[in-house]
Design a protein around this ligand. Structure first.
Ligand code: HEC
Ligand code: HEC
Ligand code: HEC
Ligand code: HEC
Ligand code: HEC
Ligand code: HEC
Length: 345
C-alpha cells in the first residue's frame, strides 16, 4: 500500500478512537434511559432551588421601593410577619453552576440577565394571602374579594409596597390656625369662593366644611405648581404657611351647602358607581380620613372637572389616578351628580 494511504487510514482510526472515547466520557449516564434524552435532566432542573438574595440586596438599586416597603405593614419583623420582595417578584439569586451552558435559560442573577417578574394581576397575588376563607387564622387580615374590591385590581387603592391605608388617622397634623384671623384673610377669596366658602360665582369647589389638612395640602399644591390653575396659582403663591393654617381653620368651620342643580335621576344612577368611592369618601361625601377631601358641597361641574383632570393626568393623585382609569364618561357624570346632591349636615 502506498504510504500516504496508510497515513490516511491511521488518521481516520485515530479520529474514530478519539470520538469513541469522547462519547463515553461526555455522555450522561441516563442518556438512553428514555430513548435519545438525558433521563435525569428534569430532576436536575428541579433540584436547582431558587436562591433568594433577601430584601436588603434590593436596597442599593431600588431605594425608593425599599424605603416604602421597609416602613410598611408587610415588613413587621418585630412580630415575624415579613413579606419579602422576592415573595412577590421571584428569586433574584444566582443559580447553581453545573455546566458551562447552565445559565443560558435563567440568566445569572438579577439584574445580570435575570429579569424579575412584575406582577400584573394583583388580584391573583394578593388574594393568595388575603382572601377570606374558612380555617384561615383570624390573625391574618382577610377580605371578601367581591364586596371589597369588586372587579378592580387591588393596586387601584393599595400601594403594593406599602398597602395599609391609614383611614382612621383623624388628625394627621393639628391645625394651629386661628379662624378669626382666617376670616380677615379670606377677604381675598370671597370674589370667587363666596362669602361663606360656598362658591356662587364660579363652577368652583366648595371650601366650606372642607377638611383642614386637605385644604392646606391643596393650597400648597397650587403654590408649588403640582396643581395648576391660572386663577388659583397667584393667590396660593402669595399665601404663607401661617395664612394657609388660618384660612383652613376658618373654612373648615363653615357649613357647606348642597348643590341645588343635582338632577335626581342621575344622582340615583350614580349610587352604583359611588360604591367604588365609599371606602374613602363616605356615602355622604364626608371622607373617613381627615387628610382627604370631603366631596359634599362641591358642585357637579367641579366634581366632573376634577375627575377628568385625574384621568388626563393634569392633576396628580396616586390613589385617584387608578380609580378614574376605568370610569366611563357616563359614570363620571352620574357619580358627580350623586355627590353634588349629598346633603350637608
Ligand atoms: C445592582 C442593582 C440592582 C439590584 C441589587 C436589584 N435590582 Fe432590580 N433592577 C435593576 C435594574 C438595572 C433594572 C432594570 C433592568 C431590567 O429590567 O432588567 C431592574 C428591574 C427590576 C424590576 C422590573 C423588571 C421589569 O421587567 O420591568 C423588578 C421587579 C426588580 N428590579 C426587583 C428587584 C428586587 C426584588 C430586588 C432584590 C431582590 C432587586 N430588584 C435588586 C437593578 C437592580
Ligand atoms: C406584596 C407584593 C410585593 C412586594 C412584597 C414587593 N413588591 Fe414590588 N411590585 C409589586 C407589584 C404588584 C408591582 C406592580 C406595580 C403596580 O402595578 O403598580 C410591583 C412593582 C415593582 C417595581 C417596578 C417594576 C416596574 O416595571 O414598574 C419594582 C422595581 C419593585 N416592585 C421592586 C420591589 C422591591 C425592591 C421590593 C422589596 C423592598 C418589592 N418590590 C416588594 C408587588 C410587590
Ligand atoms: C405572602 C403573603 C402575602 C401576600 C402575597 C400579600 N400580603 Fe398583605 N399582608 C400579609 C401579612 C402577613 C400582613 C401583616 C398582618 C399583620 O400585621 O398582622 C399583611 C398586611 C396587609 C395589609 C394591612 C392589613 C391591616 O390593616 O392590618 C394590607 C392592606 C395588605 N396586606 C394588602 C396586600 C396587598 C394589596 C397585597 C398584594 C399586592 C398583599 N397584601 C399581598 C401577607 C401577604
Ligand atoms: C376601592 C379601593 C380598594 C380596592 C380596589 C381594594 N381595597 Fe383593600 N382596602 C381598601 C380600604 C379603604 C381599606 C380599609 C378599610 C377598613 O379599614 O375598613 C382596605 C383594607 C384592606 C385590608 C385590611 C382589612 C382588615 O380587616 O384589616 C386588606 C387585607 C385588603 N384591603 C386587601 C385588599 C386586596 C387583597 C385587594 C384586591 C383583591 C384590595 N384590598 C382591593 C380599599 C380597597
Ligand atoms: C379668581 C378666582 C379665585 C380666587 C380669588 C380664589 N380662588 Fe381658590 N379656586 C378657584 C378655582 C377656579 C378653583 C378650582 C381649580 C381647580 O380645578 O383646580 C379653586 C380651588 C381652590 C382650592 C382647592 C379646592 C379643592 O377642593 O381641591 C382651595 C383650597 C382654594 N381654591 C382656596 C382659595 C383661597 C384660600 C383663596 C383666597 C386666598 C382663593 N382660593 C381665591 C378660583 C379662585
Ligand atoms: C382609596 C381611597 C379613595 C377612593 C376609593 C376614591 N378616592 Fe377620591 N380622593 C382620594 C384622595 C386621597 C384624594 C385627594 C387627592 C389629591 O390630593 O388630589 C381624592 C380626591 C378626589 C376628588 C377631588 C376633590 C377636590 O376637592 O378637589 C374627587 C372629585 C374625588 N376624589 C372623587 C372620587 C370618586 C368619584 C371616587 C369613586 C369613583 C373616588 N374619589 C374614590 C381617595 C380616594
Amino acid at each position: 500500500m502506498p504510504r500516504h494511504i496508510v497515513r490516511l487510514v491511521l488518521l481516520m482510526v485515530a479520529i474514530g478512537a478519539v470520538g469513541y472515547v469522547a462519547k463515553i466520557f461526555f455522555t450522561a449516564d441516563s442518556f438512553y434511559e428514555y430513548g435519545h434524552y438525558r433521563g435525569k435532566s428534569v430532576a436536575e432542573i428541579a433540584s436547582d432551588k431558587p436562591k433568594y438574595k433577601g430584601s436588603e440586596y434590593c436596597e442599593s438599586c431600588h431605594a425608593e421601593r425599599f424605603a416604602e416597603w421597609s416602613k410598611g405593614v408587610h415588613n413587621k419583623s418585630d412580630i415575624g410577619k415579613v413579606v419579602k420582595c422576592e415573595v412577590c417578584h421571584g428569586a433574584a439569586g444566582e443559580r447553581d453552576v453545573r455546566g458551562m451552558f447552565e445559565h443560558l435559560a435563567t440568566g445569572v442573577d438579577h439584574p445580570n440577565k435575570l429579569k424579575l417578574v412584575v406582577p400584573t394581576d394583583a388580584r391573583k397575588l394578593c388574594t393568595l394571602c388575603h382572601e377570606k376563607m374558612p380555617g384561615r387564622p383570624a390573625q391574618q387580615p382577610q377580605i371578601v374579594v367581591a364586596s371589597h374590591a369588586g372587579t378592580q385590581q387591588c393596586t387601584v387603592c393599595h400601594n403594593p409596597h406599602s398597602p395599609k391605608l391609614n383611614l382612621v388617622s383623624t388628625a394627621p397634623t393639628p391645625i394651629r390656625g386661628d379662624a378669626a384671623r382666617g376670616k380677615a384673610k379670606a377677604a381675598a377669596c370671597v370674589g370667587c369662593h363666596g362669602a361663606e366658602g360656598v362658591s356662587v360665582n364660579l363652577p368652583g369647589p366648595s371650601l366650606a366644611g372642607q377638611n383642614a389638612a386637605y385644604f392646606i395640602a391643596a393650597l400648597k399644591a397650587y403654590g408649588t405648581g403640582a396643581r395648576d390653575n391660572p386663577m388659583m396659582s397667584a393667590f396660593a403663591k402669595g399665601a404663607s404657611d401661617d395664612d394657609a393654617q388660618d384660612l383652613a381653620a376658618y373654612f373648615a368651620a363653615l357649613k357647606c351647602q348642597s348643590s341645588l342643580t343635582a338632577e335626581k335621576q342621575a344622582a340615583a344612577a350614580g349610587r352604583a358607581t359611588a360604591s367604588k368611592c365609599i371606602a374613602c369618601h363616605g356615602a355622604d361625601g364626608v371622607s373617613s380620613n381627615r387628610a382627604w377631601p370631603n366631596l359634599v358641597g362641591h358642585s357637579k361641574d367641579y366634581l366632573v372637572a376634577a375627575l377628568r383632570a385625574y384621568k388626563s393626568g393634569s392633576r396628580k393623585g396616586n390613589m385617584m389616578a387608578g380609580i378614574v382609569k376605568t370610569l366611563s364618561d357616563a359614570e363620571t357624570e352620574n357619580v358627580a351628580a350623586y355627590y353634588a346632591g349629598a346633603s350637608c349636615k
